[in-house]
Design a protein around this ligand. Structure first.
Ligand code: AMP
Length: 374
């Protein structure tokens, strides 16, 4: 199959790396003018008039990036199969649509309201009760376009700092940890789930994903499986879908979803029987899904901003290095290291060993290092 991918970053690169062994080829569609996939063909289309030329080269279309005009995906879907369907893209681009859908499907979320002025932001903060998190309704990622309001008096400043004309205002969730679930649905409607991951963010950027998430109860895992199954069914979804959640006392609250392979699923490259990338390719090309069972315990460590001492990491017998061939820049995702182990204790020790060679790595502050029970 000739697979067209909307977006041309590292997720596309890893989709291609997983797709070539199954005899696929890849063409990327890049609207940013800054493609980094570094593999396959790239159609760069900043003006939006090369969609036809791109479509002529591919058998089907999928995404590795969701912040592109949904009309482009809709137009493409009139002449070639597009998986997942553009509606998934539309929902994920708009927090209000996403949280409304969650609510309709019975998926719990933080309480929220919309605000379209500094005054309505103040009012929402008063009604929900501070602290609240204000987020741009569209175009937000990696914690960008967000502010926490400790008091309704912060409204004016937060409104100006975010600089968008419509915000989602959410009750701040006092979570014990952040977790995510990755599932995949085939074109026949079969669904497979990866074990959930525990995610550690620093300054809005994912730094570590540990899978299977330590000490996650079977009930919560099944609850989350039910939520993502409902989303997959509702969207008649084909491919990988990621759902990010907060774990509180004894329940899960959904934060957001991504209609694509996800950074918190990179551990599956060596840590699962079939990676999220291969399973996405299998799904969108109409093949049976692969086994999602873990091969042991894994932790993915992101390489952010600087490459650090990769040579030293390569000497470690338990570390698998993946580089995206990108220039160093503060906050930029340059690669990741997957660490495997047989026990959580060993995993922690190995991850800390890797992190010492990555400058700026935050402390591994997670359920592996905390003494208090979750
Ligand atoms: P988002 O862009 O919605 O994924 O938010 C980025 C990060 O901000 C999340 O990973 C959380 O760490 C934090 N965050 C977002 N929403 C909330 C919330 N309602 N309560 C507490 N923290 C939040």
């Amino acid at each position: 199959m000739r697979i067209g991918v909307l977006g041309a970053g590292q997720l596309g690169r890893m989709l291609a790396l997983a797709g070539y062994p199954l005899a696929n080829t890849f063409v990327f569609y890049d609207m940013s003018g800054n493609p980094s996939a570094g593999i396959g063909e790239v159609v760069t289309d900043q003006s939006g008039d090369k969609a036809e030329a791109f479509l002529a080269r591919v058998d089907l279309v999928t995404y590795e990036f969701e912040h592109l005009p949904v009309e482009i995906a809709e137009t493409m879907a009139r002449s070639k199969p597009v998986h997942p369907a553009p509606r998934a893209l539309q929902v994920c681009q708009n927090r209000e649509a996403e949280k409304t859908l969650f609510g309709r499907l019975g998926i719990p979320t933080p309480r929220w309201q919309m605000a379209d002025s500094a005054e309505s932001l103040r009012q929402a903060a008063e009604e929900l009760g501070c602290p609240v998190v204000a987020k741009s309704n569209t175009e937000g990622y990696d914690g960008k376009g967000q502010a926490v309001l400790r008091s309704p008096d912060d409204a004016e400043q937060a409104w100006n700092a975010i600089g968008h004309d419509r915000l989602m205002v959410e009750k701040f969730v006092n979570f014990s940890r952040e977790v995510s679930l990755i599932a995949v649905r085939s074109s026949d409607g079969d669904v497979a789930f990866y074990p959930m991951a525990e995610n550690v963010h620093h300054e809005g950027i994912l730094r570590y994903s540990i899978a299977p998430a330590p000490r996650l109860s079977r009930e919560l895992e099944e609850e989350a499986d039910g939520y993502i199954r409902a989303l997959l069914h509702e969207l008649d979804y084909v491919g990988v879908l990621a759902l990010e959640l907060f774990e509180t006392d004894k329940s899960l609250v959904a934060n957001e979803m991504a209609p694509r392979v996800h950074n918190s699923g990179h551990w599956t490259m060596e840590g699962a029987m079939t990676s999220q990338f291969e399973n996405h390719i299998r799904a969108v090309t109409g093949l049976p899904l692969g086994n999602t069972a873990p091969r042991g315990l894994s932790c993915m460590v992101n390489i952010i901003g600087e490459h650090g001492n990769i040579k030293r990491i390569l000497e470690l017998p338990y570390a698998h290095v993946h580089l995206y061939d990108k220039e160093e820049r503060p906050g930029r995702k340059l690669g990741h290291v997957n660490v495997l182990a047989d026990s959580y204790e060993e995993l922690r020790w190995r991850v800390e060993n890797v992190a010492q060679f990555l400058p700026g790595s935050p402390e591994l502050d997670c359920s592996l290092t905390r003494t208090s029970p979750l």
